[in-house]
Design a protein around this ligand. Structure first.
Ligand SMILES: *Cc1c(COP(=O)(O)O)cnc(C)c1O
Length: 428
């Protein structure tokens, strides 16, 4: 698979290089030179998830890695369920939260971990990433126990829930966590400084494992095929799919699936009040505002990093941006949507509820829709309990971590101290 840098098209790399590098020159995103088209999609849809995913990912990677390797990576990464559940009239929920950390980020993080593990072989790989909650847990869990890979996760001390914190700071082994005495922006800026530091770059070979890594997107394409496969067992026609969006990696993967031949009527890009994209789709003006904090905090992104890829797919396929419907949902409407779904018998959380509402507001009466449920309701238990006035039980993966001890180091937001710490835990 060949990819080029969207900012510098003359920079062309293999999948292996793109996974290791993350970003290209000038922080440009890597984009595939060719989007493979699948033959006989109907027969593919009849296959079980893991078998189908081997073919979907194989269409991109078999020529570079060999189909046997692709099969092994897929089998190791995708080892949990993803049911399509009827949620309301004409509405289905694709539940992507049955993985080890109860968020859809498990798909991308687990596949990326398997790819790096395969590519690392004898090389040592060090991953440095910052998290405000979800990503850290998915990344830490996905890389836990893999040979030759060390992970350092920075997070803002006291700014995430104890439950969230325990999901990734209690593992130990090759997972090193650092509670930084500051906010998330400070953590991100420490990560950035580390990548720019020559001693660290030459001495520690860092990789960022963040959401722009192309391996994550390939993994996410697979669940769109599963959504349509399960939808077809109950319905005629093509579904409208609504994606609760932050950095827009999820929507990018959906558009890749459609470009590969998956029958999807259209996509709805649903955001919270951080609605740069819906406003852009309406007006043609790209006007990011200051990020605001919402209940759906995994989508609190004002400048979505994957957006250039969305535009590149639309251009490559000769589609129109006007075919993507954008909708920003307010906090009050998010809460109303959680309530409405609950009245229909479906327990959700703010991210999924935003996507569900976006379908209700934009579908015609003869259409049917699928919204992506990106997190388990219990991961946002405080908000959900508050909106619905109920008590939620903790599911097993969350309950398990409660008695465990937090193993994090604590540091002030000081680059010199972080640098010392990185060399201490990562150098041989
Ligand atoms: C990350 C995340 C999103 C946003 O996904 P993007 O690919 O960044 O658009 C939505 N919901 C949840 C629960 C998330 O963790």
């Amino acid at each position: 698979m060949e990819l080029y840098n969207l900012k510098h098209p003359s920079q062309v790399v293999s999948f292996t290089q793109a996974v290791k590098l993350g970003l290209g020159k000038d922080r440009g995103l890597f984009f595939p030179k060719v989007i493979p088209e699948l033959q006989d999609v109907d027969s593919l849809l009849a296959l079980p998830f893991v078998e189908r995913s081997k073919k979907v990912i194989g269409a991109w990677l078999a020529s570079e890695l060999g189909q046997d390797t692709v099969d092994r990576l897929v089998e190791r990464a995708f080892n949990f369920e993803l049911p399509l559940v009827k949620a309301d009239t004409n509405l289905y929920s694709l539940e992507l939260f049955h993985g080890p950390t109860l968020a859809f980020k498990d798909f991308g993080a687990r596949f990326m971990a398997q790819c790096l593990n395969e590519l690392a072989k004898s090389e040592k790989i060090n991953i440095l990433t910052a998290t405000s909650g979800d990503t850290g847990a998915a990344v830490a869990d996905a890389f836990y126990g893999l040979d030759n890979i060390n992970v350092v996760v920075l997070y803002p001390k006291g700014k995430i829930s104890v439950l969230q914190e325990k999901m990734f700071t209690t593992l130990g082994d090759n997972i090193h966590t650092v509670a930084v005495e500051s906010d998330f922006d400070a953590c991100q800026s420490l990560v950035k400084q580390s990548f720019e530091d020559l001693d660290i770059r030459d001495g520690l070979h860092l990789n960022s494992a963040n959401s722009i890594n192309i391996s994550r997107l390939l993994a996410q394409i697979c669940y769109y095929f599963e959504a349509v496969a399960q939808f077809k067992q109950h319905n005629e026609g093509e579904p409208v799919i609504a994606v609760p969006s932050g950095n827009f990696g999820n929507l990018t993967a959906g558009l890749f699936a459609k470009a590969m031949g998956l029958p999807v009527k259209r996509f709805v890009a649903a955001t919270n009040s951080n609605d740069t994209v819906p406003r852009y789709l309406d007006s043609g003006d790209w006007q990011p505002e200051v990020t605001v904090a919402t209940m759906s905090n995994a989508m609190d992104v004002a400048e979505p990093s994957n957006w250039p890829r969305v535009e590149a797919i639309v251009e490559a396929m000769d589609w129109s941006l006007a075919d993507i419907i954008g909708l920003g949902v307010s906090e009050a409407d998010t809460a109303e949507s959680v309530k409405a779904l609950n009245s229909a018998g479906y327990l959700s959380e703010p991210h999924a509820a935003i996507a569900a509402l976006a379908l209700k507001q934009t579908m015609s009466a003869d259409e049917k829709g699928i919204f992506l449920a990106t997190a388990h309701p219990a991961k946002f238990n405080e908000v959900v309990e508050d909106i619905l006035n109920i008590d939620l039980a903790l599911p097993e993966p969350l309950a398990q971590v409660v008695p465990k001890k937090i193993l994090s180091a604590e540091l002030p937001a000081d680059f010199g101290l972080l640098k010392q710490h990185l060399f201490k835990v990562l150098a041989d």
